[in-house]
Design a protein around this ligand. Structure first.
Ligand SMILES: Nc1nc2c(c(=O)[nH]1)N[C@H]1C(S)=C(S)[C@@H](COP(=O)(O)O)O[C@H]1N2
Ligand SMILES: [Mo]
Length: 198
């Protein structure tokens, strides 16, 4: 553990893990567009719906029976904080998409509570995204998206939908909650794609 935050080494010594315009934080801020929904694992479901309407659904027992990964990743919020080296347990989206037949290029992610966010389907695959349910060795706290959230760490954190309930595959892109009010459609922190037009 660093005694002096790596963000304060001075000009010219920026942490190579810190995207442009970001600063380091060691706590874990909570950013939610509304109240934390109560989601019981007894009734929790996660559904992938393809562009033809075919549904693939997992309940909590089915999700947690799948093989897990232990991603250790950096988080970058568009409000400019970054948190490095966070540790999660989750199921890779490649595992969940293994039996899904689709020709769609786009995904719209839905959460309990109504939040949505969109991204290209390819950004969910090839080891880039997980449905996570443990953070730093504990069940994921409700304010951070428990029981389960999407984790897509290579994009700004608004793409990592908390309280995730499903993914709809689309042949045409559709903006989600923040994308529809001026945030960037893609949101690559390394290209500082914060707002529409960046
Ligand atoms: N369902 C849902 N997911 C969400 C949000 C939200 O409001 N609702 N906020 C997003 C935003 S803007 C950020 S920065 C991160 C914050 O995650 P945290 O509260 O765990 O830090 O969650 C993202 N996922
Ligand atoms: Mo955010």
């Amino acid at each position: 553990m660093d005694i002096i935050s790596r963000g304060f080494r001075g000009r010219g010594a920026a942490d190579p893990h810190l995207p442009p315009g970001q600063y380091l934080t060691h706590d874990f801020p909570v950013l939610s567009a509304g109240p934390t929904p109560r989601v019981d694992t007894a009734t929790w479901q996660f559904t992938i719906t393809t562009e033809t309407g075919e549904k693939h659904t997992w309940d909590w027992a089915a999700l947690t029976a799948l093989p897990t990964d232990n991603p250790r990743v950096d988080l970058h919020c568009v409000t400019k904080w970054s948190k490095l080296g966070t540790e999660w347990v989750g199921v890779g989206l490649d595992t969940l998409f293994a039996d899904v037949e689709t020709a769609a290029d786009f995904a719209l992610v839905h959460s309990y509570g109504g939040y949505t966010t969109n991204l290209p389907l390819e950004d969910l695959l090839d080891g880039q995204a997980w449905i996570t349910y443990e953070y730093e060795g504990e069940p994921l706290a409700p304010e951070h998206g428990g029981p389960a959230r999407l984790l897509v760490p290579h994009l700004y954190l608004w793409k990592s939908a908390k309280w995730v309930r499903g993914i709809t595959l689309l042949t045409e892109d559709e903006p989600g909650f923040w994308e529809g009010v001026g945030y960037h459609n893609y949101g690559d922190p390394w290209r500082e794609q914060r707002y529409w037009g960046d």
